[in-house]
Design a protein around this ligand. Sequence first.
Ligand code: UGA
Length: 448
Amino acid sequence: MNKYSVSIVGLGYVGLTMGICFASKGIKVYGVDINKAKIKVLKRGFLPIYEEKLDELFKIALEKNTFIATDNYEEAITNTNITFLTVGTPSRANGSIDLSFVKSASESIASVLKEKDDYHLVVVKSTVIPGTTRNLVGSIIRDHGKILGEEVGLCMNPEFLREGQAVHDLLNPDRIIIGEYDKKSGDLLEKFWRSFYENKAPPILRTNLETAEMVKYANNAFLALKISFANTIANICQHIPNCDVNIVMKGIGYDSRICPKFLRAGLGFGGSCLPKDVKAIIHFSEKLGYDPILLKACLEVNEKQPYKAIELLKKALGELKGKRIAILGLAFKPGTDDMREAVSIKIVNKLIEEKARVIVHDPKALRKAKRLWNEQIDYAKSIEDALRNADGVIIVTEWDEYKKITPETFKKLMKRPIIIDGRRIYNVEEFRKEGVKILAIGYGDKNE
Ligand code: UGA
């Protein structure tokens, strides 16, 4: 029996991945969520989300009987000695962070801790604005009569899991950042992670709460900057005959100071994290009296980038009214059905506005898409369905199945084989030799 027992509050992809990975390794885990429907699904042995490899680990956890899903805070907190807080921190309309879930979950945790005698460690995993762990979570625990550091420990431990690769990232982290209220809290969390990773723990950086909170924002802001940088260079390359942003990025990626990752030019970044976190840190910074112009520019580039696909399409096709346009890919990235802040939303809305006839395909996200657009567009059951009789196609998400489509298939099925490669998945020169018209982000057209 593992000496740690853990409660996870908030069963989104982060909380579920953590909980199930821990449980599959024999740690007793109580997964708490206020969403009763989600708990019901989990209790029946199903996962409410899709995450690669998570189902296999869930099976192991179920066999070991180590993962207990519940909406009962008392059951979860009293039976465990560490609680990870993994609730969402969405954006408000003005871009600022909405901490209401963090607040209500902290209150529920604190009201159980109030009655608990044993030492308990609370670890904030949710991405929160610097100061939140101490001033919101810590204050709530204190207001419930507990002495922080003595009776209840407090840490901020940012997570860097990517959706779709969360299991892989949890099992192979680059580093662990521990922000600690006091040494005892930090020591316990460090021991927990070291025992979880056995002798393969990554570098562990220990610091105070606020610095740890800032590491997460700086991390996501930097990733977002890299993408907007690649897209900026792509938009310049687009106007230079023979110039290809992919080779330019490969060239700079060899510089060890730059690193080749996150320099893929495309139609911009989406998802529930990068856009939200960059907005939140901009808002926070402005409140502190500093105007973060670099981060604002990063978002502005990203806001405009999806429309590059429409620009290219119009260049190839002229007016879009009445034309049948196929969209391949709706999810904000491959490997997920998540469409939050997906660039596909802007592109499809723009096409509807231009009165094009839109047909969309996605291996996973169609159900979500139907809720968004209902009868306004058509939904394709297969790639072939989407391409049949289309006047143009835009590649919006780089799913593997799209990479395999050959020029022959485009030519055979489409009314006109016009491809806008928004994610650079095709070899432009080879496709052109095969007689399709292809325009790609960041690929300077020879005839411009
Ligand atoms: C991101 C971070 O990568 C994680 O480290 C972090 O933990 C997570 O946010 C979070 O804050 O919870 P995620 O939102 O899952 O993870 O997605 P990414 O894989 O980072 O992709 C974000 C977007 O950037 C996607 O739309 C993707 O298509 C786009 N992207 C990514 C590019 O356009 N170019 C690239 O080179 C890389």
